[in-house]
Write a protein that binds this ligand. Structure first.
Ligand SMILES: [Zn+2]
Length: 69
């Protein structure tokens, strides 16, 4: 099985996370692999690209900071 390309994009419409089933709202960052979309939390556990992984970790941290401020 070949590795499917993973891309980090901002959702252009509402989607459902293929991992946990959570609703991904428009404008939220999501990891797209093939035809599936994953929320950042699920993305952080399935991502295989180290650069993408770093970016996701940063985005998750920014999100937490936003909640706290
Ligand atoms: Zn998820």
């Amino acid at each position: 099985m070949s590795e499917e390309a993973q891309r980090l994009v901002q959702a252009s419409r509402r989607r459902k996370c293929a991992g946990c089933g959570r609703q991904i709202v428009k404008g939220e960052y999501t990891l797209v692999r093939g035809r599936k979309a994953y929320c950042l939390k699920c993305a952080s556990s399935i991502v295989s690209d180290p650069a993408l992984s770093e970016r996701i970790k940063l985005l998750l941290r920014e999100k937490i900071d936003a909640y706290l401020s």
